[in-house]
Design a protein around this ligand. Structure first.
Ligand code: SF4
Ligand code: SF4
Ligand code: SF4
Length: 336
């Protein structure tokens, strides 16, 4: 049986993804789910729902990421009899979740993951301004979707983490929905990890039999181009601020320790919910603790958007992580 399908979106990709997710909920008899929702700025973001009717408000295409939704997963799975749970995550959130599970933070046996190609996200003020201009979050979502074939809109206005994203392509979840590089008003690409899941979902009933090779090639070409463009941007920014980048973990620790009582970047990072880098009584960090944290960094950028000093943490952490990744031959976000 196939593990990859094209589903028809009938001019309404958002509606199709909502219906598809309802079918997933039913097929896997889910009790609850964490999903990105549509709404005005203060409501847009991940929410926990315990009724499939809540999926009427699902919106994985709204260009806003107020938190990293992986932070909600440990609570989602809590309970004496763990619920059958689902989560729809952006690719960077999915990478974070993989790192959290590698650290043995919790059991994900009852968790079904879904991910959707990411069209990029905007800083909050930019998002609000564009929503007002478009009249509604839905209007802005539609605009973002119109440009999915090219790889997204107003890239230069994205959050800085999105401008240097390691990969916006959904590949790591149990069920992945591809839209980048595709004529999304006609088709979306569904990729399922593993035959048993594919059989349980019985996608052949709702999808085309054949994958259009040309569309698949377009999808891969656009996602590769985005990854390359991000890499170039990352290099350019890092070169431009070379003098500000910490030489090594010890230098980064000096920087963090100079922040005084602030620990916002740790508090908002889901990785630190699993293992919070410990500090000695005098406030100093142990090098091994910071290394353990940052080698797993997914590049989601939530730390940067929360930093009261507006430090360019995405590039700083990425720089340190690249050193650690090389030293320990480690790739963050890959299942072990
Ligand atoms: S970092 Fe990448 S995956 Fe995450 S929101 Fe930005 S573009 Fe999307
Ligand atoms: S350190 Fe920052 S960029 Fe990395 S996973 Fe944590 S919040 Fe995201
Ligand atoms: S959030 Fe910013 S100011 Fe606060 S500890 Fe982190 S880097 Fe320092």
């Amino acid at each position: 049986m196939n593990t990859q399908w094209m589903i028809k979106t009938q001019g309404d990709p958002l509606g199709t993804v909502r219906e598809f997710t309802k079918a997933v909920w039913e097929a896997f008899d889910l009790d609850r789910m964490v999903v990105p929702t549509n709404g005005h700025a203060k409501d847009t973001g991940p929410h926990l729902i315990d009724d499939p009717d809540g999926l009427d408000n699902l919106n994985p295409f709204a260009p806003l990421m107020p938190i990293n939704a992986a932070k909600l997963i440990p609570d989602l799975l809590k309970g004496d009899s763990p619920p059958q749970a689902g989560a729809m995550l952006r690719p960077c959130e999915m990478r974070t979740l993989i790192e959290m599970t590698k650290q043995n933070g919790f059991d994900t046996g009852n968790l079904l993951t879904m991910s959707v190609d990411c069209l990029g996200t905007l800083p909050m003020e930019e998002y609000q301004w564009r929503v007002e201009r478009k009249g509604s979050p839905k209007g802005l979502t539609q605009e973002a979707l119109q440009f999915s074939r090219q790889g997204g809109i107003v890239r230069y206005r994205y959050r800085s983490a999105c401008q240097v994203c390691i990969s916006p392509q959904a590949t790591m979840a149990d069920i992945n929905i591809g839209i980048l590089g595709l004529p999304v008003r006609q088709y979306a690409l569904i990729t399922i990890q593993g035959q048993p899941l594919a059989e349980a979902l019985n996608l052949s009933a709702m999808a085309e039999d054949e994958i259009d090779a040309e569309m698949l090639e377009g999808h891969q070409r656009v996602t590769s181009r985005l990854v390359q463009r991000s890499e170039n941007t990352r290099e350019r920014i890092a070169n431009g601020m070379a003098e500000l980048l910490p030489e090594n973990v010890a230098a980064l620790i000096d920087q963090l320790e100079s922040c005084g009582d602030c620990s916002t970047c740790l508090d908002v990072c889901p990785l630190c919910d699993i293992h919070y880098p410990q500090r000695a009584e005098d406030g100093s960090f142990r090098e091994s603790e910071v290394m353990r944290w940052l080698i797993s960094c997914s590049g989601c950028g939530i730390c940067e958007q929360s930093c009261p000093q507006h430090l360019p943490l995405t590039i700083i952490f990425n720089h340190v992580q690249a050193q650690l990744a090389e030293e320990f031959a480690y790739e963050a976000g890959r299942p072990s």
